[in-house]
Design a protein around this ligand. Structure first.
Ligand SMILES: C[S@@+](CC[C@H](N)C(=O)[O-])C[C@H]1O[C@@H](n2cnc3c(N)ncnc32)[C@H](O)[C@@H]1O
Length: 255
């Protein structure tokens, strides 16, 4: 059905379903459980990280001030259906065709209705995706809030830089962007603790590693980094023994 890399989106949905059941949940994703699949022993490693990251990116998107939103590698993200978008918001979801077909099948069965204008753009992000995006109605002259959540690590450094170059070329002044920020290289000698972790780590190509922030700064973005553990603390969810990675937000000055 879907490729191994797209299967990672099912794991993320499962963790959002888990968070949605908590009385102290940081968000409610009512559709996540419909995608959830079988639990694996990698789930607990990422549970808090996904909870914090989902809430952080929800807040980022709703406060961006942009009416055009692009989810780059949207996966099984249901923000189009669950967030209270300002009127006239147009949201684009880009991901591989097989993943988006699966997502639509499930959402149709669930009777989900988007709360903004929503357009799917089935693409391989290593190829020419700006053309199909613009053909689908994306307006490069409008400021865009970009979200690149959980993607770059699955790409080579070259492909990750190409995605960021294309995003930058499509960004009018006033655009914003958010993605993960790594401030330390992964230890290549660290053995994955479980079989599920080993399968996941085998899909990682590393992206730009620790260089997302520097790349964006060099290409005209004003970057702010956000400490994941400090965010967990601010949400009242700093759970001992869990790790939360860091994030960045960036903006292009308004004209
Ligand atoms: C870990 S999931 C994250 C999905 C979503 N952003 C989230 O956080 O729930 C990674 C996503 O990247 C997508 N992806 C990986 N490589 C891709 C490529 N070359 N083109 C398009 N999508 C890709 C996968 O299909 C998958 O949906």
């Amino acid at each position: 059905m879907v490729s191994d890399v797209s299967r990672t989106a099912i794991g993320v949905a499962r963790l959002r379903a888990f968070e949605s059941q908590r009385p102290d949940r940081l968000f409610n994703d009512p559709y996540a459980a419909a995608f959830a699949g079988t639990p694996t022993d990698a789930d607990s490693v990422f549970r808090l990280h996904v909870a914090i990251r989902t809430r952080f990116y929800d807040d980022y998107l709703l406060s961006s001030g942009c009416r055009q939103v692009a989810l780059v590698a949207a996966g099984l993200d249901t923000r189009a259906f669950r967030l209270d978008w300002p009127a006239d918001t147009h949201l684009f979801e880009l991901d591989l065709p097989d993943l988006l077909a699966y997502k639509e099948k499930v959402l149709t069965t669930e009777g989900a209705k988007p709360r903004c204008e929503r357009t799917l753009v089935p693409v391989d992000l290593r190829e020419d995706w700006p053309t199909p995006l613009v053909d689908a109605g994306f307006r490069p002259e409008e400021p865009t809030a970009w979200l690149i959540e959980g993607l770059l690590v699955y790409l080579s450094a070259e492909d990750a830089a190409k995605v960021l170059t294309r995003v930058t070329n499509l960004s009018a002044p006033g655009s914003t962007l958010s993605c993960e920020h790594r401030d330390r290289e992964r230890n290549p000698n660290r053995e994955p603790a479980t079989e599920a972790m080993r399968r996941l780590v085998s899909l990682w190509q590393g992206g730009l590693g620790t260089r997302n922030a520097a790349w964006l700064t060099d290409h005209g973005w004003q970057v702010t980094t956000h400490d994941g553990m400090a965010l967990a603390e601010s949400y009242g969810r700093a759970e001992p023994g869990y790790r939360v990675s860091n994030f960045l937000t960036a903006e292009l000055s308004p004209a």
